[in-house]
Design a protein around this ligand. Structure first.
Ligand code: ZN
Ligand code: ZN
Length: 222
């Protein structure tokens, strides 16, 4: 595989994540997401088009080519594997491993990736519940927003866009809103635009825009 610069890898990964979250991406959105100026983004996009990593359609949406998709999946894998290692082997807090993995993901050779995966016993999910290649979330997964008061749910995955905020992740950890943990949905209030939960660790309240990005599976309904 040809090596791409860290900047290009970053673009590919961002596009890949936007796609996975069901969003289409235009250059403007990408510039905002990457905190870069539109001219810089346009220059990089031209380079990526030239290298056959992305296509731009008539609506000016950026589409990953098969090659671009393959590379993005590989970076995502390196990222999630790094997170798993940092969290479970090195003991770096759950809420901050994403930031560290973000740097590590660009520095791993294919041999390191393979050895690390073997060393870790080929994990299936990142510590925040994102499935690794070949793994998927259970079919009955819904967002926390789609739940009803009275339901008992188990957290499956924290949406990848939430991982960018260490402060938010810390709050989620403090309220044990982490994969595998169970919570009861108490109330959804439109006025406050928040959803309240209760677990054996105590009660918590999340704004709708965060609840939309947390995936859960339903355990029972009262
Ligand atoms: Zn992450
Ligand atoms: Zn993660």
């Amino acid at each position: 595989m040809i090596e791409h610069s860290q900047v290009i890898e970053e673009y590919l990964l961002t596009l890949y994540k936007l796609n996975r979250a069901g969003e289409t991406a235009k250059a403007v959105a990408l510039a905002k997401r990457l905190n870069t100026s539109p001219p810089t983004v346009h220059a990089t996009i031209s380079r990526m088009q030239r290298d056959g990593l992305i296509n731009v359609n008539k609506k000016k949406e950026l589409i990953l080519t098969n090659e671009g998709q393959k590379i993005a999946e590989d970076i995502a894998y390196r990222h999630n594997l790094s997170e798993y290692f940092l969290c479970n082997t090195l003991g770096i807090p759950w809420y901050e491993v994403h930031q560290h993995a973000h740097r590590l993901e660009h520095a791993m050779t294919p041999t390191v990736v393979q050895k690390l995966a073997e060393f870790l016993g080929k994990p299936e999910f990142c510590p925040h519940g994102t499935p690794m290649p070949g793994t998927t979330l259970p079919e009955n997964t819904i967002t926390l927003m789609e739940t009803e008061p009275g339901m008992i749910v188990e957290v499956a995955m924290i949406g990848e866009s939430l991982e960018d905020s260490v402060d938010l992740m810390k709050i989620l950890q403090e309220h044990s809103i982490m994969p595998g943990n169970r919570h009861k949905v108490i109330e959804k209030t439109d006025v406050m635009r928040s959803i309240s939960l209760e677990s054996k660790e105590g009660s918590s309240s999340l704004p709708f825009h965060v609840a939309e990005k947390i995936l859960v599976t339903k355990i029972t309904k009262d």
